[in-house]
Design a protein around this ligand. Structure first.
Ligand code: NAG
Ligand code: NAG
Length: 290
């Protein structure tokens, strides 16, 4: 079903107002030469912690997997009673591939769910991928995501970067399902507006933790060992992460209900990554936040 939908959506993509030759403003992948045998790339966009009710997180994560409540309460002591830290990833994947196989850039947005006890060992933290919206123009990326779970073909504004300016120190991103984008005045499934903040309640280390938890979904029983680096040229110096505060409006299928979250904190940043796909989840036992 999901696969059919992704293929169907992709066959429609050329009819949409999606520029076929996007020019991303993101810097080139600094890792290509260092990891010749792995998939590497750059992600650039807005990454933020969205406190959501624990009951909602519990309703999304399959019931056979416990949630490591004590672990996230330790990492996020200021969340508030009954709240759970969902991770907003609204990013463009740029320059992704191996030296012999590069795929075109694509954008994705999802509210991912960290601190899931995928192995039922009481300690290893994994990140569950709920429905994820991915650029309809990128079949390889759509199929790569379908393997792990629900994937919806989408279109994005701006089309070739993960955000664009909407005022001094302020950026926006709007994401639409392909189906909605064929309608007049489509309503976004995710609508972000973030501005530079003097300070935010989370350190970068917290993001290292949640961005490096191995990923899984309700698709194949395999995991994605996705390693996000914060020490390459795209995350340091003039490209150092910028703390941001903003608002996220979401609705199904990205979130179970229509909701607007205010005072969401995170970083506008770019990161290089190394990805080892389709790994046995058991082999990733032991991750507890580096
Ligand atoms: C990330 O994207 C923004 C918006 O397109 C761009 O201005 C910025 O230079 C990019 N950062 C890096 C490190 O490429
Ligand atoms: C960057 O970070 C990674 C992962 O933490 C580490 O393996 C690597 O040695 C670091 N590179 C540099 C240049 O510090």
């Amino acid at each position: 079903m999901r696969l059919t939908f992704a293929l169907f959506a992709t066959s429609f993509a050329p009819a949409l107002a999606i520029p076929l030759t996007c020019h991303s403003q993101t810097q080139p992948n600094p890792l290509t030469k260092h990891f010749p045998k792995d998939v590497t790339g750059v992600i650039n966009g807005t990454t933020a912690i969205v406190p959501i009710p624990y009951a909602v997180a519990r309703s999304i994560v399959p019931s056979e997997f416990p949630i490591l409540t004590a672990a996230y309460e330790q990492v996020f002591p200021t969340l508030g009673n009954g709240m759970y830290p969902a991770v907003l990833e609204a990013v463009q994947d740029h320059d992704v591939g191996m030296p012999s196989f590069e795929i075109p850039d694509f954008t994705r947005v999802a509210l991912k769910l960290p601190f899931v006890d995928r192995l039922n060992d009481g300690s290893s933290a994994f990140k569950y991928t709920p429905p994820q919206l991915i650029s309809a123009t990128n079949l390889v990326a759509l199929l790569g995501s379908v393997i792990y779970g629900d994937t919806i073909a989408g279109t994005f504004d701006p089309p070739c970067d993960a955000y664009a300016s909407s005022g001094p120190s302020e950026t926006y991103m709007r994401a639409y399902t392909v189906v909605d984008s064929l309608l007049p005045n489509p309503k976004p499934v995710a609508d972000l507006s973030f501005r530079t903040a003097a300070s935010i309640p989370y350190t970068l280390e917290v993001f290292v933790n949640v961005l490096n938890q191995p990923i899984f979904g309700d698709g194949v029983p395999l995991c994605d060992n996705y390693i996000t680096l914060l020490n390459t040229t795209v995350t340091t110096g003039q490209y150092a992460p910028v703390p941001v505060e903003g608002t996220l409006a979401v609705r199904p299928p990205l979130y179970p209900s229509e909701e607007t979250f205010g005072h969401v904190y995170g970083y506008r940043m770019a990161n290089a990554f190394v990805e080892r796909n389709g790994v046995a989840c058991e082999s990733l036992k032991g991750y507890s936040g580096r």
